[in-house]
Design a binder for this molecule. Structure first.
Ligand SMILES: Cc1cc2nc3c(=O)[nH]c(=O)nc-3n(C[C@H](O)[C@H](O)[C@H](O)COP(=O)(O)OP(=O)(O)OC[C@H]3O[C@@H](n4cnc5c(N)ncnc54)[C@H](O)[C@@H]3O)c2cc1C
Length: 313
């Protein structure tokens, strides 16, 4: 037997991974948490969360994430900030060899994938050239860099509206480019009615991002009647999220939306568990991510007890 195997590796530093870490650590396992590139996960983008129980006046996402992390650390969870897992292999003796972004491999008895989701890209010319140089996927994180400037938000759904609201407090002007369904556009128009700093381009699409080689200078748009460029210094993309499950592809069963197919925290691979947005088919929220982190950790601990009972620990 390999006594050096980690009992539990958790991938993900969002509410699902952090809650899994709290449950495992409180049960006496000291899980090793690979937080990935975004500590706190999507919580880092949320200025005010008003629907997480226990906070009648709301709570800031980064504060909630920091509190969850402290709680996990207090019980003995160990963290690898900034490191991702890139995949895994089944290893002899009911072990899992977890591969990491640093090139290191970690042998583990259980792996919980709570890798959430990442912002969907537009896939238009110029977008990838100017990421971090005017193109952003997080208004709460990056708005301060665009203080007093003209910016665009691409996306007229809930996240586009939240981004525009946040940016309108700091930026000189915000143009929202939306081809959302009519109900979402009506909500958008109502939200900014009477706000001269926000212009809404309805039934329009962003078709390209233009720059001078070092920074964004304009966004190209088209609607049914015309195409043109709007001069802006920043383009905030808010067109939804896509599951971050590359590490699982080819090994773990995914559903038709590309999320991990999970039941009771388990997956089709013994010893591999999943939690949060990476597998949630119905309601992707902080409260459900936290709940499924708790379920995945508990399932993993039951699996460990079975391994133990069968003499594989
Ligand atoms: C703008 C916005 C506003 C929202 N507002 C609300 C709200 O008001 N209320 C609410 O309940 N929900 C809200 N949500 C949704 C909520 O934030 C998510 O459902 C929740 O954060 C999902 O948690 P998670 O832990 O599953 O994933 P995430 O929060 O996505 O965290 C994923 C974590 O995995 C890490 N990771 C990714 N890939 C890897 C890898 N390969 N290896 C290791 N780590 C990896 C990332 O670094 C990150 O730490 C909002 C979301 C957005 C984008």
């Amino acid at each position: 037997m390999d006594y050096n195997a980690e009992t539990m590796v958790i991938a993900g530093g969002g509410p699902a991974g952090l809650t899994a870490a709290i449950y495992a650590a409180r049960a006496g396992i000291s899980p090793l948490v690979f937080e990935g590139l975004v500590p706190g996960g999507q919580l880092a983008q949320e200025e005010l969360i008003e629907n997480y129980p226990g906070f009648p006046d709301g709570v800031s996402g980064p504060e909630l994430a920091a509190a969850m992390r402290r709680q996990a650390e207090r019980f003995g969870a160990r963290f690898r900030p900034g490191e991702e897992i890139s995949g895994f292999e089944r290893a002899p003796g009911w072990r899992i060899l977890v591969k990491t972004s640093s090139g290191e491999s970690v042998l583990a008895k259980t792996l919980i994938g709570a890798t959430g989701s990442r912002p969907r890209r537009l896939g238009i010319p110029g977008e990838s050239d100017y990421i971090g140089r005017g193109v952003s996927y997080c208004a709460v994180c990056d708005a301060a860099f665009f203080k007093g400037m003209d910016v665009a938000v691409v996306g007229g759904g809930t996240s586009g509206l939240a981004a525009a609201r946040h940016l309108s407090r700091l930026c000189k002007s915000v143009v929202v480019i939306s081809d959302s369904p009519p109900e979402a556009e009506a909500r958008l128009v109502k939200a900014f009615d009477g706000d001269p700093s926000v212009t809404i381009r309805l039934r329009a699409r962003a078709t390209g991002i233009v720059g001078d080689g070092s920074r964004v200078t304009a966004v190209r748009i088209a609607d049914s009647s015309e195409a043109g460029e709007i001069p802006v210094s920043g383009v905030f993309v808010a067109v939804g999220q896509t599951p971050s499950v590359d590490w699982a592809r080819g090994q773990v069963e995914l559903d038709r939306h590309g999320r991990i197919h999970s039941w009771g925290g388990g997956t089709n691979v013994p010893g591999v568990f999943a939690a949060g947005d990476a597998c949630e088919p119905f309601l992707r929220q902080v409260v459900t991510a936290a709940a499924s982190g708790a379920i995945a950790a508990t399932s993993a601990m039951r699996y460990l007890s079975r391994l133990n009972a069968e003499g594989h620990s």
